[in-house]
Design a protein around this ligand. Structure first.
Ligand SMILES: CC(C)(COP(=O)(O)OP(=O)(O)OC[C@H]1O[C@@H](n2cnc3c(N)ncnc32)[C@H](O)[C@@H]1OP(=O)(O)O)[C@@H](O)C(=O)NCCC(=O)NCCS
Length: 361
């Protein structure tokens, strides 16, 4: 049987940090509230486009797999914050990578997007449609935030993570996947006014879009759907929860992560958490976390991993994976990135001016 196994991993996290202390100058919040309610201490703000972040993460994943960009036959970009609508950001990314033997498309399932991608990539490899796939989750959520709105400004950040999936006949790789959606709950987490539902002639509203969220309702549903999805991919892989070495969950709120871990009866050391450093980077959280976990030795040859996510839509997804024999990258990519122009408040200047609250002392 043909399996889909992860052979490369990489990430790009922008250098500019927005700390909880910085946020205290932009909105009515506190480090204490954000830390205890979410687990987040800081997040990154990107000075480069989504497809540029994806390009860097993608090149790093390709180098780790020992591949050149021309070696992949599909580039899949999971994002809900692409730099363009036409053409797809995946097309821009394909050119930036130089992956000219690959077809390229975007996949938008919000925070579940990268895991939807794992599900799709696995199916495509199993049926022989593709053999080498570069799957990237990249998000520039800061573009959609109103940094004077404490309900959402504190939660999200920017970044990109990538993996290479390759066909193998070895007994490894993706074991089971599940995906789900409930569009009837769309309005508990959405960005109104963007897309063809918006009124393009209402210029004064045109750029005023922002994330609208019913936090407690999203929280409630997240706990249920993530826990159920994670349990399903363990059972469908013929495994017991005792077999799970590491859960790498979507990083949206430490309390949601803890609830999911409790559901699987996992100990803290069996759960990868980096929400304190990056906040919620949507489709990028799991591939960023995976690449860190491999580097830190938390993933070993043959490790059983479980990924689980939920997101706007609502969507949810999970996958169980048996890691292959290699935990060392074959190569590393050196990529030149232009430095940011100014500090975090300079990067957010247009947002701060537009939403009108300014920076307090
Ligand atoms: C957003 C979230 C952290 C809020 O935590 P919560 O415990 O549910 O808090 P509530 O929304 O009930 O608000 C409690 C109080 O804190 C206040 N509050 C909300 N955000 C705040 C902030 N950033 N700083 C300080 N106070 C804040 C509220 O106004 C409310 O005040 P009140 O009691 O005076 O009315 C939590 O609901 C959550 O994480 N939800 C899921 C969101 C998510 O994951 N979204 C992405 C999905 S992929």
């Amino acid at each position: 049987m043909t399996n889909a196994t992860i052979t490369g991993w990489g990430r790009y996290t922008p250098p500019t940090i927005l700390s909880n202390d910085d946020l205290e100058h932009l909105t009515d919040t506190s480090d204490e509230w954000i830390t205890t309610r979410t687990g987040i201490k800081e997040r990154r703000i990107s000075h480069i486009a989504t497809s540029d972040m994806a390009n860097i993460a993608g090149r790093r994943a390709l180098a780790a797999a020992g591949l050149e960009p021309e070696d992949v036959d599909l580039v899949m970009l999971a994002t809900c914050t692409g730099d363009t609508v036409i053409p797809s950001p995946a097309a821009l990314l394909q050119a930036k990578l130089g992956a000219f033997n690959a077809t390229a498309f975007d996949l938008n399932a919000a925070c579940s997007g990268w895991l939807y991608g794992i599900d799709l990539a696995t199916s495509m490899i199993r049926i022989g449609r593709h053999r080498r796939i570069l799957l990237i989750g990249a998000e520039r959520l800061s573009h959609y935030l109103d940094f004077s709105n404490r309900a959402t400004a504190v939660l999200f950040g920017d970044g990109a993570g990538a993996v290479v999936l390759e066909a193998t006949t070895d007994d490894e790789g993706v074991l089971a996947t599940t995906t789900g959606a409930d569009g009837s709950a769309a309005e508990i987490l959405w960005v109104p006014g963007v897309g063809t539902s918006g009124d393009r002639y209402q210029n004064e509203d045109h750029s005023a879009y922002g994330v609208i969220m019913d936090g407690p309702e999203v929280f409630r549903r997240a706990v249920t759907t993530m826990g159920e999805a994670a349990t399903r991919v363990v059972v469908e892989a013929g495994l017991d929860v005792d077999d799970v070495d590491l859960l790498i969950p979507h990083q949206a709120n430490i309390r949601i992560i803890d609830a999911t871990a409790r559901r699987l009866k996992l100990r803290p050391e069996q759960v990868y958490v980096n929400i304190q450093a990056y906040g919620n980077t949507s489709a990028a959280t799991i591939p960023i976390a995976l690449s860190e976990a491999v580097e830190q030795g938390r993933v070993q040859p043959g490790s059983i991993l479980v990924f689980a996510a939920f997101g706007a839509g609502l969507t949810w997804a999970a996958a169980s994976v048996r890691w292959g024999a290699r935990v060392e990258p074959i190569g590393t990519a050196t990529v030149d990135v232009p430095p940011p122009d100014g500090d975090v408040f300079d990067l957010l200047r247009s947002n701060i001016e537009f939403f009108g609250k300014g920076v307090s002392e």
